[in-house]
Write a protein that binds this ligand. Structure first.
Ligand code: PEP
Ligand code: MN
Length: 337
């Protein structure tokens, strides 16, 4: 259910509607728009009595929301959301590029890559300190020491940092050090973690599960918004299919599908989406053309010796060439780089 306020409704009217919603044991989510404020209602088990709100001052109409996902939906908020990660706006006119190593391996490695991607034009730095690895014997990340290195890399380059939290414990640390909390594909349906991220004050980058439908993906985002954190950026990173020429199948068609249903910004990760270095640039160019709000790309200065995901990491010169190409493509779709 959505309570749509009149254009001339004031803060007192909005507060009264919020109070009326909360008095019924429900949760109110005021969503300011360019024209008017709407107030989403969640927490109801069955139908909510519309008449209870319709007669309140400043209320234009009360409309049912037809999808299971509410707060992420354009029915609730028609304008596209802009999510700030540090000073960087994701979902605005700028096509945002997040780049960096798969994993933070050392201070020297992180600084070398951070400086290279910054010089080439990246807007945000990525790098895992907590790595969800298929094998328990693979490099698991440096943990808090890795977060400290990322903070130093931010200091050195000015790039805000996006890094993954894999559980409640690491989330506590990630929100202290990073500018955005990444929730990875393997945790897309870790509902406890999603709820905790929803109570964080940091923006969340939510990656699509490797076998998640669009609806499941959006429902996971809904978990975060339902706890009051509206700063969610989605990220398509490929899904598992029968296709055997790449690690995953990058589902670029999900981008316009998300844009139609949801106001949340969406990035594309062609590194995990393909698993092969030589496929990263072509799929990145396609992601820009299809209307993604940006990219997340793995870059390593010595990929053959990378402790994780070397085969899909591009080198700094390859990244530079990619940025050059994106500079030619994004103006065609009305964006800047
Ligand atoms: C990552 O971005 O470091 C990562 C592990 O990706 P995903 O969760 O998409 O596999
Ligand atoms: Mn990786």
């Amino acid at each position: 259910m959505l309570v749509v306020m009149r254009q001339n409704a004031n803060q007192k009217d909005i507060a009264a509607v919020v109070a009326a919603i909360e008095a019924r044991g429900l949760k109110a989510h005021p969503i300011p728009g360019a024209q008017r404020t709407a107030i989403g209602i969640t927490g109801n088990k069955g139908a909510v009595e519309a008449a209870a709100f319709e007669s309140l001052p400043g209320v234009l109409e009360v409309i049912p929301v037809s999808h299971a996902y509410k707060l992420v939906s354009r029915e609730v908020k028609s304008e596209s959301s802009v999510v700030r990660i540090g000073p960087v706006e994701v979902g605005g006119p700028r096509f945002v590029v997040v780049a960096g190593p798969c994993a933070v391996e050392s201070l020297e490695q992180a600084l070398t890559i951070a400086k290279a991607v910054k010089a080439a034009g990246a807007h945000l730095l990525r790098g895992g300190a907590f790595k969800p690895r298929t094998s328990p014997y693979s490099f698991q990340g440096l943990g808090e020491a890795g977060l400290k290195i990322l903070a130093q890399a931010r200091e050195a380059t000015g790039l805000p940092v996006v890094t993954e939290a894999v559980d409640l414990e690491s989330l506590e640390l990630v929100e202290q050090y990073a500018d955005a909390i990444q929730i990875g594909a393997r945790n897309m349906q870790n509902f406890t973690l999603l709820r905790r991220a929803g109570r964080s004050r940091k923006p969340v980058l939510l990656k699509r599960g490797m076998s998640a439908t669009l609806e499941e993906f959006l429902m996971s985002a809904e978990y975060i918004l339902s706890e009051g954190n509206y700063n969610v950026v989605l990220c398509e990173r490929g899904v598992r299919t029968f296709s055997d020429f790449s690690r995953n199948t990058l589902d670029l068609a999900v981008v316009p599908a998300v844009k139609r249903i949801s106001h949340l910004p969406i990035l594309v990760d062609p590194s995990h989406g393909t698993g092969r270095r030589e496929k990263v640039a072509p799929l990145s160019r396609a992601a820009a053309a299809v209307g993604a709000d940006g990219l997340m790309v793995e870059v390593h200065h010595d990929p053959d010796r990378a402790l994780s995901d070397g085969p899909q990491s591009i080198t700094p010169p390859m990244f530079e060439a990619l940025i050059h190409d994106l500079g030619l493509i994004v103006p065609v779709i009305g964006r800047t780089l």
